[in-house]
Design a protein. Structure first.
Length: 72
């Protein structure tokens, strides 16, 4: 139950923050369990997502996600 005193803009900001965190955590999880052409590339993606949370996650989503393969 949401109290009546909570402003709607606060709930919107909270929702956007949750989505940003979810994308960042997903990118970390996805990069960790994938095999990349080199170990340095994997480390670079993990560092980018951890230290540039939303920007690194978006870059991984659009660029790095296709470079990683499932381990065999």
């Amino acid at each position: 139950m949401i109290p009546a005193t909570v402003a709607p803009w606060f709930l919107a900001v909270l929702g956007v923050a949750f989505i940003c965190l979810f994308i960042s955590f997903w990118a970390i999880w996805h990069a960790y369990w994938r095999t990349f052409p080199t170990g340095q590339e994997k480390a670079l993606w993990l560092v980018a997502v951890v230290f540039l949370p939303f920007a690194g996650a978006l870059a991984y989503l659009f660029i790095g996600r296709n470079r990683g393969r499932l381990p065999q």
